[in-house]
Design a binder for this molecule. Sequence first.
Ligand code: PLP
Length: 347
Amino acid sequence: MYMARIGIDLSSDTSTRPSSAMRRAMADAPVGDEQRGEDPTTSALEARVAALLGHEAAVFLPSGTMCNLIAFLVHCRPGDEVICAANAHVYGSEAAGAAALAGSQFRVIDTETGIFGVGDVEAVIRTPRARSPRSRAVVVEQTTNRGGGAIWPEETLIALAEMCRARGLALHMDGARLLNASAASGLAPARYAGRCDSAWIDLSKGLGCPVGAVLAGSAGFIEEAWVWKHRLGGAMRQSGVLAAAGLYALDHNVARLAEDHAKARRLAAMLAEAGVAVTPEDEFTNILILDLPPDGPSAATVAEDLLKDGIRFGVEGPFQMRAVTHLDVTSEAVERAGRALIAVLRG
Ligand SMILES: *Cc1c(COP(=O)(O)O)cnc(C)c1O
């Protein structure tokens, strides 16, 4: 099959596969009926993530996309406005679920890195009046996906949280890669997520699980989230088989995220030397945005050439590619992919 020929997949950290040790943990998990609160493994994962993110409670969900959607369903009423970066995942990569299902409308802020400040939000908050949409929530993405894995500084989040509280806005963290931010900065996840009204982490990206995400918030928020989990068909039964992968990942795959960041740093250095403009230039997590020289082959052509050698990069634009390092690509494989990309660019 075509997919089986990809040996080095840098297109996304979603390509990680559960290891045999993770699969054993899944097979051995004690389970019960999640919908009745009787699955001990799922409950353990929820309690662990709630504490990790500095919140009262948490709920296990099938995906990060459902975490975002449920947050909007709980925080907003139809017609309310959600403020986020123009390159945010919620805005461009979730099939407009917030609009289609929560009735939310987005107001976006243009940024390079996906990070914005209090002033940027204040500039787009609507004046309260009958004819205006009601500004209701702000989304921060930690780390920023299309912004090259940039990290929201703690001070920026503190300032934003204070302003949101004063203006009656809910602050929601799309923490798909929050643990990458913590691995890079050394700050505990709660230092970021605990500032927000709701926050989640993805288990199926750099943590290497096959499925799942965990949404955290106040006890009242999670009670409401549970109603939407049922309504959307996200309530499960013996979900401990899946939650066990999450617990395994929290035990074994968090400290090692720093290795992925080192791989990204190495790849960035190689490619920068070959004339590729790499974002970020300094503080690395596991995502690189690569701007190819515009007088050379297009990103699509380069990607196609590399695929012939079983190497996959992401294509972001006519001359823009993306590389995401993760636990299923070794340092040697990343170097090999970097050399191959340089060779293609040099024709
Ligand atoms: C992957 C991702 C999501 C969605 O998560 P899924 O588990 O794939 O549904 C949301 N936000 C960001 C920033 C992501 O990278």
